[in-house]
Each structure stands twice: as structure tokens, then as C-alpha cells.
Design a protein around this ligand. Structure first.
Ligand code: HEM
Length: 428
């Protein structure tokens, strides 16, 4: 993690790949067009660009070796399929510098692990997502989306679409799944903003405080789930926390630390990503009225492809990291043991080698082999089905009841990891 700028972000003229510095916070504040041009230049390189390790603000962690920026679809597919060479453990997948030991307690969840530990955890948690539970949440998603649009109509135009609409649905669903009461929604929302938005001054104002803020948010979320887990051990209900603390599936059970870090992963992964997909989705429909008309003509029939197209262009998770476990050649390039690679999903989803006219928002796009939910491999998004369901429910309600709703200019999150929109007004 580098220290983000305290000055307003300016435009850096980028005319060749040599002008691009993915460690420069100014880069991540550039408008979409500039980011698109830059990643196209990177994709056109024969060998992926290599960047030194960013300046690191956590004390006591040695400077790492730097990273290769994988920006082509083919590289991301192959690296994802080959976790023995491109691993998620050994320092983590959600960060460029290795996670310091004290972070593992809160953020050392399965996304930052390799098999067999990863497989064991994934087996336990995915069995807890029983068909009955998923079914139950599917009807809850529709009802919650409908209530959010009721409230939007009461609030009226000019409000912040991100906080009033996009953020509410995933927050409510993930909290309900876990059994977190409504009074704690805001608490969870604020902490998950810190975990994924710590580099943005709106969420952590003191630049020196990022590590401390992350640890505090992690600790507070863990405390919340541990209190809840204690209640559910005595009096189980039909929520996910109850099944995780009580169900001893094939003799396997989560430890208290595993439960805490899984919970943090779930609230963070389940909230921010879907929220940003919904916000980007409204922005895309606003910029492309022909696509909105097309979708309105046959909402249900066109929804599955439209949702994939939103996730392709939104790519809410910009990258995941892998570490190279042994010298390895991939697509003509050599990766050395101990080096890191960053899988830039956002860039791969715009790869002109795979997608026709990749910058065009085309709700009928087929095939659409985007990697917004990750590449094919053991870490493919556990919540993809739920996310698709939530995004569909939100747009169904919006396009049925406020079909002309339009997005204003987005205020973007200053982050290299999440392609986030913090605020965005809406008019209707
Ligand atoms: C549009 C919404 C979403 C996007 C774009 C997204 C994206 C991703 C990506 C790119 C990964 C791959 C990580 C890797 O390969 O290292 C991932 C993993 C994961 N996602 Fe999602 N996600 C979304 C929604 C959700 C939701 C709603 C949940 C929870 C209910 C969720 C839970 C997870 C979990 C637990 C993992 C880790 C899986 C593992 O390591 O085995 N995600 N997600």
C-alpha cells in the first residue's frame, strides 16, 4: 500500500506504456477514458509490464520483489487455472505487499489461502449455503429491492444513488443471511468501507493511520460475529451463522478465527462489489439510452446477458494478486519463483483479442467470457449467483417503476483494488 495523495488528483498525460505507473495514486484518479487508453497500451506489450513493489506503509514488512501486471485475458485465464504455480497464499491475494502477521487474524480468510486449507474451508462454507437457505434469500432479495425503490420514490430525485439504492440491497441481504440485526447495518457498512476504501481520504482521513484503521475495522467486525456466534450456539436459528457454528459437516467445523475472518470476507466481498456493479450499471444505462430501450422491451428475456455485460464493464474487483511458486513460462513469458503477478480483471474484460468492440456496452453480447467474478479456478466468486440475483432484482424494480432514472457524474473511490463509485446523484 502506498500513501495516497493529499492533493487533488490531476491528469497525467499518457502517450506510451513507459508513462504508466500503476503505483502512482494519480493514475487511479484518472477518468475512465485515460485508464482505458493506458491499459490498452499495457495489453499491447509483448511482455507484461513489471512494476516495483509500492512503497509500503506497514511497519516491519520487508520490501517485496515487485509485480507483473497481467492485463490480457489469456494470461488471467491461465494463471487462474494454475493455482499450484500462481498461488493465493504466502502473503495474500487481496493486497500487493504481503499481509503482515497481525492482519491474518482478521483478513486471513480462504481467499488468501491455497488448497488443501482453502478447499476445506470452501467445502464447509458452501455446504452451509443450503438450497433452502438460497431459496429463502431469493424471495427476500426481490422484496428488499422493491422496498428500496419505495424509499427512493419517497426521497425523490437528486439523492445519492449509491447510498440510497445501490448499497442498501447487498448490505441488507448479507446481514440477513448472517443474522445481523438491522440496527447494525450502518456499523457493518462503515467498517466494510474502511476495509476496501482505506486508501480514500473520505474513509481514512489520516494517511498515517491506514494500518490502524484496517485492524480496528477488522477487530470490530470480528467482535460482532463472535457475539452473534455465542448467541447462536445457545439458540440456533436458520441463519448462516447458526449453521456455521453448529453444523459439524462430516466432522469438520470452523475455528473461531476461521469464522471471524470468513465473516469479514463475506460482508466485505458481498457488499462493495455488488454495490459498485449496480452503480456502474445505472451509469452505463444512462450513457447508452439505446441499450436501456432494448432492455425495457424485454426485461426478463434480456436480463441474464445484460447483467453479465454490466459485470464485465464494471469489473468491481480491479485485480487479485498471485505469487509465483516456481519458475514458470506462460504464453511465452517467464515468471520467476517468488515474484508476484496482478490479475487485472478490469483490463482483461476489455481485451480486444477476445471481445468485439470491447468498450461498447452491449446488453445482448454473446458469448461474454468476462472475468469479473474471477478466472476459472478454485477461487471463482462464491457469491456470483447471489450477486447476479441482486443486480437483476434491483434493475427489475428500477426499470419497471422509475424507467427514466438517470445517473449524474460519479465520484470515484480512490483505490487501485476496487473500481468503486462512492457517490452519484440520480434524477428521474
Ligand atoms: C458483482 C459482484 C461481485 C464481484 C464482481 C465479485 C468478484 C469476485 C472475484 C473477482 C473473486 C475472485 C478472487 C480470486 O480469484 O482470488 C471473488 C471471490 C469471492 N467472492 Fe465475490 N464478487 C461479487 C459478489 C460476491 C458476493 C455477493 C459474495 C458473498 C455473498 C461474494 C463472496 C466471495 C467469496 C467468499 C470469494 C472467495 C472465494 C474463494 O476464495 O474460494 N462475492 N469475488
Amino acid at each position: 500500500m502506498t500513501t495516497p495523495p493529499t492533493e487533488p488528483v490531476g491528469r497525467t498525460p499518457i502517450t506510451s506504456a513507459a508513462d504508466i505507473d500503476l503505483n502512482d495514486w494519480n493514475f487511479w484518479g484518472l477518468p475512465d477514458e485515460d485508464r482505458e487508453r493506458a491499459f490498452r497500451l499495457l495489453r499491447d506489450l509483448d511482455t507484461p509490464a513489471f512494476f516495483p513493489e509500492p512503497e509500503f506503509t506497514f511497519a516491519g514488512t520487508p520490501q517485496g520483489p515487485g509485480y507483473h501486471a497481467l492485463v490480457r485475458h489469456a494470461d488471467i485465464l491461465e494463471a487462474s487455472r494454475n493455482p499450484e504455480v500462481f498461488c493465493s497464499g504466502d502473503g495474500g491475494a487481496t493486497n500487493i505487499p504481503d499481509l503482515p502477521a497481525e492482519f491474518a487474524e482478521y483478513f486471513g480468510s480462504m481467499i488468501n489461502m491455497d488448497d488443501p486449507r482453502h478447499a476445506r474451508l470452501r467445502r464447509i462454507v458452501s455446504r452451509a449455503f443450503t438450497p433452502r437457505m438460497i431459496k429463502q434469500f431469493e424471495s427476500d432479495v426481490d422484496a428488499a429491492a422493491s422496498r428500496i425503490v419505495d424509499e427512493l420514490l419517497e426521497t425523490g430525485p437528486g439523492c445519492d444513488f449509491v447510498t440510497e439504492v445501490a448499497a442498501k440491497l447487498p448490505l441488507k441481504i448479507i446481514c440477513d443471511m448472517m443474522g445481523i440485526p438491522a440496527k447494525d447495518y450502518q456499523f457493518v457498512f462503515d467498517r466494510s468501507n474502511i476495509v476496501l476504501g482505506a486508501t480514500d481520504p473520505e474513509y481514512v482521513s489520516d494517511r498515517e493511520d491506514i494500518a490502524h484503521a484496517l485492524l480496528t475495522a477488522g477487530m470490530e467486525l470480528q467482535q460482532l460475529v463472535q457475539d452473534l456466534a455465542a448467541l447462536r450456539m445457545d439458540t440456533p436459528t436458520d441463519d448462516l451463522t447458526s449453521s456455521l457454528v453448529n453444523a459439524n459437516i462430516d466432522g469438520e467445523q470452523l475455528t473461531a478465527q476461521e469464522l471471524g475472518s470468513f465473516f469479514i470476507l463475506l460482508v466485505v466481498a458481498g457488499n462493495e462489489t455488488t454495490r459498485n456493479a449496480i452503480s456502474h450499471g445505472l451509469r452505463l444505462l444512462t450513457l447508452n439510452p439505446d441499450q436501456r430501450r432494448l432492455w425495457l422491451e424485454d426485461f426478463e428475456g434480456r436480463a441474464p446477458r445484460a447483467i453479465e455485460e454490466i459485470v464485465r464493464l464494471a469489473a468491481p474487483v480491479n485485480y487479485m494478486r498471485r505469487k509465483v511458486t516456481r519458475d514458470h513460462e506462460m504464453n511465452g513469458n517467464l515468471y520467476r519463483e517468488g515474484e508476484k503477478v496482478l490479475l487485472y480483471y478490469w483490463a482483461a474484460n476489455r481485451d480486444e483479442r477476445v471481445f468485439d468492440d470491447p468498450l461498447r456496452f452491449d446488453i445482448l453480447r454473446d458469448p461474454n467470457p468476462h472475468v469479473g467474478f474471477g478466472g476459472p479456478g478454485p477461487h471463482f466468486c462464491l457469491g456470483a449467483h447471489l450477486a447476479r440475483r441482486e443486480i437483476t432484482a434491483m434493475f427489475r424494480e428500477l426499470l419497471r417503476r422509475v424507467p427514466q432514472i438517470e445517473a449524474g457524474e460519479p465520484e470515484r473511490l480512490l483505490s487501485s483494488f476496487i473500481n468503486g463509485i462512492k457517490h452519484m446523484t440520480c434524477e428521474f
